[in-house]
Design a protein around this ligand. Structure first.
Ligand SMILES: Nc1ncnc2c1ncn2[C@@H]1O[C@H](COP(=O)(O)OP(=O)(O)O)[C@@H](O)[C@H]1O
Ligand SMILES: [Mg+2]
Length: 434
């Protein structure tokens, strides 16, 4: 016998305390095979666990939207994206802040393009992304049956082969790749490079620019869609005049309030909960146009409502949920930074820090003194901004500072990731909450 109850003292002599302990061990709420979408209205009354799961599903802030039915708003951006691909036959760069919905948009775009028989291949770039690996993988997903020189009635063996089989063993070169892709017939291919801003290797970016140029020159049936955190096109692809006319840049901006509200309305349908009007408005206001924040704050507020076995999400739930988010973000900061944030001189400079947080929304996080002075109401004076930020680059090291060349202004960056976001949300709560 492998497991002897008597020996472990868990037999008939089991103590009540032990029974409770094991009885309380957590279990999954719902089987993996269940379709939670089926059970909607009023489910919180019968099954809080299910409502919780539906909530996690409807308002998850960590997953992009992947289907058309779940995307709120964004019709205009999607239609510009489709037009750029279909009518202009251009390559597209989607740029905007983190959490604004770029990945969701490209997923829904991919679904839409597949319906129109495009072959859409998706790749997410990492810091270590290499041109060779990435494009070899793409090529391996394009069946050789789309090659101009292979007959569609080719024998079985050809069915398993891909364009990657035609690449040599040397690192893939953009020109060679464009030559190969020029041979594609019978479909059009869209290659999505998500999170392009994360690529650290300048050679990767150079090769992608070279590939775009070569594909365009050859009128190949392959188009690239790049996405990244940036406030303008130059930040993401650099200023490369030779490819400029082949690229359409589409900004993904803050979502209008009505569309953000739609996200909460869908969550209501899925969970059976209702957001009180003022609670909904508070979430939308604090989110500043970010669907990520609407989901995160909506989720937290709704979870508190479920905890109390209520069905109406109130303003108090939203405030308490937001405070909990802030506390978590704060706990995620290094201890040293937490201690610094509690110091009187830092507290005293809070409005300036918040202005700096707003100014820091660039892809690499660097900003200048004027960016900060332009953020505050009535704008803090540049000299004061400089004194304050410089004061936080020494013993209190909230910022990195880089000297400007040729007598230009220095630039600054928050040292700790997540701090700018925390400052932004805490300011939004202070503004909107009371
Ligand atoms: N149009 C939308 N409708 C509903 N939720 C959205 C929408 N756009 C983004 N989201 C949600 O916001 C969060 C961030 O979106 P994501 O696409 O990952 O942004 P990005 O790629 O710009 O960082 C995700 O949880 C996603 O589900
Ligand atoms: Mg993304």
């Amino acid at each position: 016998m492998i497991f002897r109850r008597e020996r472990l003292g868990l037999g008939p002599k089991e103590t009540p305390a032990a029974a409770t302990a094991s009885g309380n061990l957590p279990r999954f709420a719902v089987d993996a095979t269940d379709d939670i979408g089926d059970a909607a209205q009023g489910m919180h009354a019968q099954s809080p666990a299910r409502a919780r799961l539906a909530l996690a599903d409807a308002l998850s802030a960590s997953q992009p939207v992947t289907s058309r039915e779940r995307l709120a708003g964004r019709a205009d951006t999607l239609s510009s994206l489709i037009a750029a691909i279909e009518q202009q036959r251009a390559h597209v760069v989607l740029y905007g802040e983190r959490g604004i919905g770029k990945t969701s948009l490209v997923h829904v775009f991919a679904e839409t393009a597949r319906e129109a028989r495009y072959l859409v291949l998706y790749g997410s770039c990492g810091v270590e992304a290499r041109f060779d690996d990435m494009f070899r993988t793409f090529a391996s997903e394009i069946p050789l049956l789309y090659h101009a020189h292979i007959s569609p009635t080719a024998d079985e063996a050809e069915h398993d082969r891909s364009f990657a089989d035609l690449l040599g063993s040397d690192p893939v070169d953009p020109r060679e790749l464009a030559d190969l892709f020029q041979k594609i017939v019978g479909t059009r291919v869209i290659l999505v490079l998500d999170e392009y801003d994360r690529v650290a290797d300048p050679a990767f970016r150079r090769d992608v620019a070279e590939l775009i140029k070569n594909l365009s020159d050859r009128a190949a049936r392959v188009q690239l869609v790049l996405t990244g955190v940036a406030s303008n096109l130059d930040e993401l692809i650099g200023f490369t005049p030779s490819i400029r006319r082949n690229i359409v840049g589409l900004p993904v901006g803050p979502m209008p309030e009505a569309e953000l509200s739609e996200i909460l309305a869908r969550a209501e349908d899925a969970t059976g909960l209702t957001f009180a009007l003022d609670a909904r408005q508070l979430i939308v206001k604090m989110s500043g146009g970010s669907p990520y924040l609407v989901r995160l704050l909506g989720n937290r507020a709704a979870a508190r409502t479920l905890d109390d076995r209520r069905a109406l999400v109130s303003t108090a739930d939203v405030i308490a949920g937001t405070e909990a988010v802030l506390a978590e973000w704060n706990a995620g900061l290094p201890r040293r930074v937490q201690a610094q944030l509690a110091r009187a001189e830092v507290r005293g400079a809070w409005p300036m820090l918040i202005a700096a947080a707003r100014a820091s929304g660039t892809p690499d996080g660097w900003f200048g003194l004027h960016d900060v002075s332009g953020e505050g109401e009535g704008g803090p004076d540049v000299a004061l901004v400089r004194r304050t930020l410089d004061g936080f680059t020494g013993e209190i090291d909230l910022f990195d500072r880089e000297e400007g060349l040729d007598g230009r202004e220095p630039r600054y960056r928050f040292r700790t990731q997540g701090l700018a976001q925390l400052l932004g949300l805490s300011a939004a709560l202070a503004r909107a909450g009371r």
